[in-house]
Design a protein around this ligand. Sequence first.
Ligand SMILES: [Mg+2]
Length: 405
Amino acid sequence: MPLSKLSCLIVDDDRFMLKTLEVLLQQIGVTKTYSSDNAQDALKYIANQNNHIDIIISDLNMPEMDGIQLLRHLGGLGVAMGIILVSGEDPRLLQSVKTLGETFDLMVLGTLGKPVAKQELQSLIEEYEPSADTPPTGPAAMVFADELKMAIANHEIKVHYQPQVSLIDGRIVGVEALARWNHPVKGAISPSIFIGIAEKYSMIKELTNQVFEQSLTQASHWRSQGFDINLSVNFSAQALTQLDMPESIFEQLQGSALRPHNLNIEITESTLASDISIALDILTRLRLKGFGLSIDDFGTGFSSLEQLQQIPFTELKVDRSFVHNANVNRACQVILESSISLTKKLGIKSVAEGVENEADLNLVKAQGCDIVQGYYFAKPMPPEEFIPWARDYSSSLNRPFKPGD
Ligand SMILES: [Mg+2]
């Protein structure tokens, strides 16, 4: 979305700060700005249906209603706007507030220290994606669920592939399979929405199966053409309740060009918070059969070191929010560093997601990360684009393209 189309609401009890932010926003091209010197008035403004706000930039420390209380109220309103928090406080405190905002289901774009740097403000604002991305609720969700059911039944969910590159030799080591739904009328629906709906309305098993089958056929095809690549597939928490899951995956791999160690099963970290005993049974047997096990979105959940040692993971994927923000946010950098050092201690591979620019790449490289994935190399792409991309990429490495290289 062009910055000139955005409307921002600034909330700060310090009028000088309000003016400063307003000027900074104008400098980066956001011209529609509104300001309020207290959270109550800001809430009233937002609650009024005639006012449209894309992003709220709020101070944390304010008399009467502070930034955290404001977040709670915004959570109650179910707003779909982006939120940026500003404070002179410790970056770790800001990070906790960000996490808190996410538990209220708010789209927290990030946090900024004071004084606010224009560059940081701009990069957070650019993270904002308009609210078409918020899951529908109430009757709208039911309609949506029906449409998704049809799409799954008609095999309209397609798989896109995001390459993974080794930081040791630059080689393409694998692809992550990602579900994509292009709705005939509504256009591309964000996976964070339809996967959430699929989980809620018991369609996730079917959806996962389809993604797995499609991507297995595709990866098998690439491997038989000489590409030595692995396939990573996301499995929902709900998959970890079917005790025969390791056997059925093993069976599906028979006859393909993939051996079990060529398949990484990605499980999100938050899954581990629920009943661990059945999950542990399944995960251990998957590992016994030789599959790779990946802990996904690491840093967003609360898994303990003990849990990590209990489960025979072979790979840890650091969530993009800690990677892409690490060079501007000290707290993110600390999480990134400690996650990577944890993989060294556990003797498992580290994968950094969300490597979007050279600064991100240099940072994860310096930390000794093994594999990277992100827009800097490639966006998720439809299968027909993968081989041309791989050809271009390999020639940019100054090496002749050679399948299986
Ligand atoms: Mg994943």
